[in-house]
Structures are given as structure tokens and as C-alpha cells.
Ligand binder design. Structure first.
Ligand SMILES: Cc1cc2nc3c(=O)[nH]c(=O)nc-3n(C[C@H](O)[C@H](O)[C@H](O)COP(=O)(O)OP(=O)(O)OC[C@H]3O[C@@H](n4cnc5c(N)ncnc54)[C@H](O)[C@@H]3O)c2cc1C
Length: 335
């Protein structure tokens, strides 16, 4: 498989990149290329001009005067796993980054690119002639061939990083021709498999901001894959848990799930149920069942809905147990 021909632009600043992106149809932003290049090879998209951020330096993570962690979206996933500031202030993000693909892909792949990756499907992510002759909805056709006679796209959003950022209540800075603005990470997603991102073509995510956490907290990230090698998630679950001083009671919890729908999902019903309750194994088992029962599940990559429900239950339990085991006092940590 070959890459189609394209022109590469290497802007000297984000402002220049925004101008180039907005300069016409057929331009596309390039970070590490680990999501975009395979899609171009499969002819899922054919941009004529790529605006590369590769030449722009990535700032090291900063902690501002309010204790917020500010991370450059150009940061590679490997650097995220190794960053002292991220491991201390947002260990869940480092845990999730560690689970992405392989070291080689994490060296190339960036935080911004991971958040903005496209939805995937067994039918879609193939060369056009390999499995089928008719284009599906996401290739501009009239039907979803994964779900026979499907009138809706059933591709799933498989980022490992996005659910972790949902749990951390992260915000993102977006640059465009009007300057910069800050939005919640949840607002980056539409939950529509056909067009999973709310961003406009000339918008660039420049920074990710993680608010400071106080008190006792623990993180867990569980990713289930069948082959346990280089593989996208069957399901992934992130947990950020805050406990009372007794270490046995849940103050509040954020649980977020990826890979089973057109966008990451918060398990709000399960979160509400656990808040204020004991962190006993019995309650963790109950809340894991609630996560599995309350979320929308698309049967994907040949996994049935009942199989995915069961996976979701076990992975939620794993992530919650890891979060309880890892409870540490954030107030004692230096900024
Ligand atoms: C074999 C293989 C295995 C993989 N396994 C996993 C996995 O297990 N988990 C996982 O999460 N991902 C996985 N990926 C997907 C991908 O490698 C990662 O998501 C990676 O982090 C993408 O980052 P990138 O910088 O390479 O993105 P790119 O390919 O450069 O860009 C991806 C998309 O995001 C847009 N974009 C890039 N940067 C920005 C920005 N700053 N603002 C706005 N839009 C932007 C691009 O225009 C493009 O549409 C895998 C990929 C491969 C090839």
C-alpha cells in the first residue's frame, strides 16, 4: 500500500498552521501521522496538503499558579509516560498512554492526534477492494455494511487517552482564526460515529489542562484486548476515585469508557451510586455491573453486545480495584 501524493507544509508557528489549514479544501493537520497515514493508505481520506506540526517544539508540562497541569498537545505519548509532572499530577493519563499500541507508535503518536483520531470499524479500515465493492456510509455511500441494511454508521472511537481525560475533568485549548478558547474535553466529541469530532477543519488543539486534585485519590485504567499485543481496545475503562480520610469510603468517582461507542462515555449513573458508599468489594462488584448495564454498546470488530457487556463489567472492576489500591494523599505531594 502506498501513500497518495500530497504536499507537505511545515509552518513555523501554530498561528501559521491555522492560516494554512483554513486556506482551502483538502488540507489536513498532521501530528505523528500514526492514525492519518494508515487512513490515507486505505484511501479513507485523501488530503492534497498536509500541515505538519512536527517541526514545532513541544513544551514540557507546566503547573500554573492554581496547580493546574498544562500539557502541550504535540507531546509524544512516550514522553507522557515518562514525564515526572504527569506521573505525579495525573497518573491516570500516564497509565492510559502506556497502554497505547507499541513503543514505536507511542514515540511518533501525540496527545492531540490521539484525542482527534477517527472512528474505526472492521469493514471501514480496509482497502476498498479487499472486503467489499460498495462504499459504506463513512466513505460517502448509502449504507452501513457492517450492520446489514444499516442506515447509521457503527464505527467506534477507540482512543485510550480520551476516557482518561474525561475522568480527569480535563479541558482543551483550541486555536483557530479567532484566537484561542478553552472547552471541556467532553465537548470535543459528538458521539456520532460518522463525524466523531466537533472541531472545524481549521481548529487545532494546542494544550490540555488537567485541574489540580486535593486529598486522597487513586487511579485505575483497564484495557482489554484479545491478543494482548499491538491492538486497539475491545473495551477500555478509566477510573479516578476520591476517598474520605478513612480510605474506605468513596467521596466521588469518575468512570469513563471507550471503544464501544462513537465517543467516550461517562458512567454517570454508576458514579452517583458509589459516591458516599463504602469501597467494599461487594460495592465495587455492584458498581461494575451498573457501568456495564447503563452504557450504550455498539457490537464492534466481531464482538457481540453480550460479550462486550461482560468485558465491560470485568474491566470496570479491575480499574476500580486498582484505583482503590492506589489511593494516595495528593495534598502531601509537592507541586
Ligand atoms: C498499529 C496501530 C496501533 C494503534 N493502537 C492504538 C491503541 O492501542 N490505542 C490508541 O488510542 N490509538 C492507537 N493507534 C492510533 C494512533 O497511533 C494514536 O491514536 C496516536 O496517538 C495518534 O497520534 P498522531 O500524532 O500520530 O495522530 P495523527 O495521525 O497525526 O493525527 C490523527 C488525526 O488527528 C488530527 N490531529 C492531529 N493532531 C491534532 C491537533 N493537535 N489538533 C486537532 N487535530 C489534530 C489529524 O488531522 C488526524 O485527523 C494505533 C495506530 C496504529 C497504526
Amino acid at each position: 500500500m502506498y501513500l497518495p501524493k500530497f504536499t507537505l507544509e511545515s509552518p513555523k508557528s501554530i498561528e501559521e498552521a491555522v492560516v494554512l489549514l483554513g486556506s482551502g479544501e483538502g488540507t489536513k493537520l498532521l501530528s505523528g501521522g500514526t492514525d492519518l497515514f494508515p487512513r490515507m493508505k486505505y484511501k479513507l481520506c485523501s488530503p492534497e496538503v498536509l500541515i505538519s506540526l512536527k517541526g514545532l517544539p513541544s513544551a514540557t508540562p507546566q503547573i500554573d499558579e492554581d496547580g493546574k497541569l498544562i500539557i502541550d498537545a504535540k507531546m509524544s505519548l512516550t514522553t507522557i509516560t515518562l514525564s515526572y509532572e504527569i506521573r505525579e499530577k495525573a497518573p491516570l493519563l500516564a497509565l492510559a498512554a502506556q497502554k497505547v499500541a507499541t513503543r514505536e507508535i507511542r514515540n511518533m503518536g501525540t496527545l492531540g492526534g490521539n484525542i482527534c483520531q477517527e472512528t474505526r470499524c472492521l469493514y471501514l479500515n480496509q482497502t476498498h477492494t479487499f472486503q467489499f465493492t460498495e462504499p459504506c456510509l463513512k466513505r460517502g455511500g448509502k449504507e452501513c455494511y457492517f450492520a446489514p441494511k444499516g442506515k447509521k454508521c457503527w464505527a467506534t472511537f477507540m482512543s485510550d487517552i480520551a476516557p482518561a481525560l474525561f475522568c480527569l475533568d480535563a479541558r482543551v485549548i483550541i486555536a483557530d482564526s479567532n484566537g484561542e478558547r478553552e472547552i471541556k474535553i467532553e465537548d470535543v466529541y459528538t458521539n456520532d460515529s460518522l463525524k466523531p469530532l466537533s472541531l472545524k477543519p481549521d481548529q487545532i488543539i494546542t494544550k490540555i489542562i488537567v485541574p489540580e486534585t486535593q486529598g486522597l485519590s487513586g487511579s485505575g485504567f483497564a484495557k482489554f484486548t484479545v491478543r494482548e499485543t499491538i491492538e486497539f481496545a475491545v473495551v477500555n475503562v478509566g477510573v479516578f476515585l476520591e476517598a474520605e480520610k478513612d480510605l474506605k469510603t468513596c467521596k466521588q468517582v469518575r468512570i469513563s469508557v471507550g471503544a464501544i461507542f462513537g465517543g467516550p462515555q461517562r458512567a454517570l449513573e454508576a458514579e452517583d451510586w458509589l459516591a458516599g458508599k463504602s469501597l467494599s468489594q461487594e460495592n465495587i462488584n455492584t458498581v461494575s455491573q451498573k457501568v456495564a448495564r447503563s452504557l450504550k454498546i455498539i457490537s464492534h470488530h466481531g464482538y457481540s453486545k453480550s460479550y462486550l457487556t461482560e468485558c465491560l463489567k470485568t474491566q470496570s472492576r479491575q480499574a476500580l480495584n486498582d484505583a482503590v489500591k492506589g489511593l494516595t494523599d495528593q495534598s502531601n505531594k509537592e507541586g
